[in-house]
Ligand binder design. Structure first.
Ligand code: GCB
Length: 603
């Protein structure tokens, strides 16, 4: 692992106060705004726990392509086994398989998906087969030919299929494998359900021969009236005149892209800044000679000054809650605007101005909804617990997922933090790994703050000292602590003081306790709402005393499924640290935190 020359250059330019913009990867920005054919809906499926559709009996990849080749029996004596029959079972896309059929609840392995579609190709257009996410590994075939594969369960990926799509009938086949591996990102041990499948939208995106592949439109760091960013075209006519307009503010600029299709721009604009109190979004249009795309973008600045966090130049305290991408009422993965609206409305009602979208990039519906509803966002990659820090392939995987996350969401005003990791153990290899990740994130986006959720370290029995060496690479220190739950009784918090070796702000990125909704007892009885509420009652005074604390995200908004939580009659394979149950019932702790957040908001 090494910090790339580009990243070093970026860091140098940043130190010199010059904003810099790296060229993005190839993902199509804002796919919903493009002409597209949705491939959502029922897909035929074949469950394949031994991966017999891909490997032969000696575990070599099948030479004839196996199920991906999409063969049909040639005649009535053909004994073809690897084929999708017309009466194949189906699963809905988007959707994890675990919650669609009871027999798949615990299934981890391969399921093959097939979807047929008709397409009328138009000359001069290019086509991309785009997946919002597939957990965890996807191998994609179109019309019997392998297009490629993708690893990582929470970020988008695409294949150019301009030549491979046929006029008329087409078939996509995807092998999705959600087995957990020690060398993967996340690794085999996590504290959430390993929901498998094509968990987000699938689309065929249709763009002009030369199209606006990506654009970055945000305020210049530190400025409230200067928009800066870049645009990148892809195709045969890379040199074009491109205009960027914010019609409501009357601001616009025109630039010429270079031989790589790239142009940087900066122009003045009078704007109402985006904030949780006023989440103002503007229509923004990016128009090249051959293509045009429209987005809704908010403009705000985020920076630190000593131990403070400044939003639009003013100190902000982050009243937050962590959220898993677990759908309310029905379990399974979040994929719809309705799911996002329910979760984020609950966060708002709790008094939040901030959410930590743990522990991996959530569906784009969440970050777009946060933009609309006015919630600041911590967005995170699944570099979680025990990653193989010395394994270059694990690093490359993590860095690619980081790049995909930032590329997808770099125009979302709500996102203020890119988080590199959660609760990773101290060590040289881990430090090198995460320092490289932080450098990469800064190279891709110099406008947002870099953070990570670290573990707490006691320097004596009543002092927690924030001294993780990773802190030197972060703008904001994240710190998870479970005083009152894993760490002593709730009253332990009364005597704890926090110190730091950094002149940087800190956010307590997790704290909490566990209780199923409706289970009651006195406040010393574990697994009761009263006990959980008592954890919060002791946490709040402790947190209030930390001078460098600039925010907190309680763990967690809603109970979520988790195989590590077997306790019968209490957990039943749910992590019950939710302030709300998975059915939206509010526990006593919810009201304790809500009252505190309301009092903070009223100041
Ligand atoms: C943590 C982890 C989170 C767990 C939580 C818990 O520290 O970051 O993923 O779910 O604790 O409930 O134990």
């Amino acid at each position: 692992m090494r910090i790339s020359i580009l990243a070093t250059l970026a860091a140098l330019l940043l130190t010199a106060g010059i904003a810099c913009y790296a060229q993005p990867t190839g993902l199509v920005q804002n796919p919903s705004a493009r002409l597209n054919l949705s491939l959502n809906g029922p897909w035929k499926t074949i469950v394949d726990p031994y991966q017999a559709g891909y490997y032969d009996f000696h575990l070599n990849p099948l030479r004839d392509g196996g199920l991906g080749a999409d063969r049909v029996p040639a005649n009535k004596s053909d004994r073809l086994e690897l084929t999708f029959l017309p009466n194949a079972n189906t699963l809905q896309v988007p959707g994890d398989w675990n919650t669609q059929k009871l027999e798949f609840l615990w299934y981890e392995g391969t399921i093959w998906y097939k979807r047929e579609f008709d397409y009328a190709k138009k000359p001069g257009r290019r086509l991309f087969l785009w997946f919002g996410a597939a957990n965890y590994q996807a191998i994609v075939f179109l019309n019997g030919q392998k297009l490629g594969q993708h690893e990582g369960g929470f970020t988008p990926f695409q294949f150019e299929v301009t030549g491979a799509v046929r006029n008329g009938a087409n078939a996509v086949i995807v092998k999705v494998d959600d087995q957990r591996h020690a060398d993967a990102v996340p690794p085999a041990m996590t504290d959430w359900w390993n929901y498998g499948g094509l968990t987000r939208d699938v689309k065929l995106i249709d763009v002009p021969d030369t199209f606006i592949q990506d654009y970055f439109v945000q305020l210049e760091k530190g400025s409230l009236n200067r928009i800066a960013g870049w645009v990148r075209l892809d195709g045969s006519q890379k040199r074009q005149r491109v205009s960027i307009r914010v019609p409501e503010s009357g601001a616009s600029t025109t630039v010429d892209t270079d031989a790589n299709g790239y142009a940087h721009f900066a122009f003045n604009a009078t704007l109402t800044p985006w904030s949780p109190e006023n989440p103002k979004l503007y229509d923004v249009s990016v128009e090249a000679e051959s293509d045009r795309v429209q987005d809704r973008i908010g403009f705000r600045t985020i920076e630190t000054s000593g131990q403070k966090i400044l939003l639009n130049g003013k100190p902000v305290f982050l009243r937050g809650v962590s959220i898993h991408a677990e759908a309310p009422f029905r379990a399974g993965r979040v994929f719809s605007e309705a799911d996002a609206r329910v979760l984020l409305t609950w966060a708002k009602e709790l008094g939040c101005n901030f959410v930590r979208l743990a522990h991996y990039p959530h569906d784009e519906v969440m970050t777009r909804m946060a933009d609309q509803m006015g919630l600041l966002v911590w967005s995170e990659v699944p570099v979680y617990w025990a990653i193989q820090w010395e394994n270059p392939a694990a690093y490359a995987n993590a860095e690619r997922q980081l790049t995909e996350m930032i590329t997808r969401d770099h125009n979302r005003a709500s996102i203020v933090f890119w988080s590199m990791a959660n609760e990773t153990p101290l060590g040289d290899a881990r430090l090198k790994f995460l320092a490289s990740m932080a450098a990469k994130a800064r190279e891709l986006d110099s406008t947002r703050l870099i953070t990570a959720a670290t573990l707490v370290h006691y320097s004596d029995p009543t002092t927690i000292t924030v001294d993780d060496p990773l802190g030197q690479y972060l703008d904001v220190l994240g710190c998870n602590e479970y005083i009152g739950w894993y760490d002593g009784p709730p009253s332990k918090a009364d005597n704890i003081v926090f110190k730091t070796v950094y002149d940087k702000p800190m956010v307590v990125s997790e704290f909490g306790g566990e209780a199923p909704y409706g289970r009651h007892g006195d406040e010393d009885t574990a697994w009761t709402e009263e006990f959980q509420a008592n954890v919060y009652r002791h946490q709040i005074p402790m947190l209030r005393k930390i001078p460098f604390l600039q925010g907190m995200t309680a763990w967690i908004l809603m109970d979520f499924r988790c195989p590590r939580r077997p306790l019968a009659g209490i957990q039943d394979y749910y992590n019950r640290k939710g302030l709300l149950s998975d059915r939206g019932e509010k526990k006593q702790a919810y009201y304790v935190l809500r009252d505190y957040y309301r009092s903070l908001a009223a100041r």
